[in-house]
Design a protein around this ligand. Structure first.
Ligand code: IMP
Ligand code: MG
Length: 174
C-alpha cells in the first residue's frame, strides 16, 4: 500500500492566516510581553512561524506531554514528559498547539497551567476539529476549523512522519 498526501490547506493559505493571527495577538497584547508555551512536538512549527509575526515582546517555553490511553483515543489524563523551564506566575501566557481534537488533552493541560498562577492564560491553535469535541475547551485564537479528517504537516504527524510538510494535508492510502 502506498501513501499520498492530498493538500487541504496550501503553504500560502497557512502563512497568510498565521500573519493575521500574529497581527491580532500583537494588538491584543499591546503594551505587554506575551509568554508563548509550545506543546511539543506538534506545536513547534506553528509557534516559530507565529512568534516571528508578533510585534510585542515575546518569551518562549516548551513542554512535552503524552496522554495515557491508546494512540487513537486519548484518555484526557496527561503525563508531563518535559515540563516548562520557567514558572508562569504573573506572566501573560499563550499556549500554542497544533490541533484541538477531542479537547481532552488541552482541557487537562489548561487547568494544570492555570494552577501555576499566570496573570492571564489563553489558547491558540492552528487547527480545530469542532465535530470531534468531547470536552469543552475555550479556544481564543484558531487558524482554521477543519472537517473530521486526519491531517498531517506543519508539525502534525502520521506515525512520526510528515511533520516537516510546509502545508496541511490528508494522508490517502492506495
Ligand atoms: P485531543 O484534543 O486530546 O483529542 O488530542 C489532540 C492531540 O491528538 C493533538 O495534539 C495531536 O497530537 C493529536 N491529533 C489529533 N488529531 C490529529 C490529526 O488529524 N493529525 C495528527 N495528530 C492529531
Ligand atoms: Mg499535539
Amino acid at each position: 500500500m502506498s501513501e499520498r498526501v492530498r493538500v487541504m490547506l496550501s503553504e500560502e493559505e497557512v502563512d497568510r492566516r498565521i500573519q493575521e493571527i500574529g497581527e491580532q495577538i500583537s494588538k491584543d497584547y499591546a503594551g505587554k510581553q506575551v509568554h508563548l508555551v509550545c506543546v511539543l512536538k506538534g506545536g513547534s512549527f506553528f509557534m516559530c512561524e507565529l512568534a516571528k509575526r508578533i510585534t510585542v515582546p515575546v518569551s518562549l517555553d516548551f513542554m512535552s506531554v503524552s496522554s495515557y490511553g491508546s494512540e487513537t483515543k486519548s484518555s484526557g489524563v496527561v503525563r508531563i514528559v518535559k515540563d516548562l523551564d520557567e514558572p508562569l506566575k504573573d506572566k501573560d501566557v499563550l499556549v500554542v498547539e497544533d490541533i484541538v481534537d477531542s479537547g481532552r488533552t488541552l482541557s487537562y493541560l489548561m487547568d494544570m497551567l492555570k494552577d501555576r498562577g499566570p496573570k492571564s492564560l489563553r489558547l491558540c491553535t492552528l487547527l480545530d476539529k469542532p465535530d470531534r469535541r468531547v470536552v469543552d475547551v475555550n479556544v481564543d485564537y484558531t487558524g482554521f476549523r477543519i472537517p473530521d479528517e486526519f491531517v498531517v504537516g506543519y508539525g502534525l504527524d502520521y506515525d512520526q512522519k510528515y511533520r516537516n510538510l510546509p502545508y496541511i494535508g490528508v494522508v490517502e492510502l492506495d
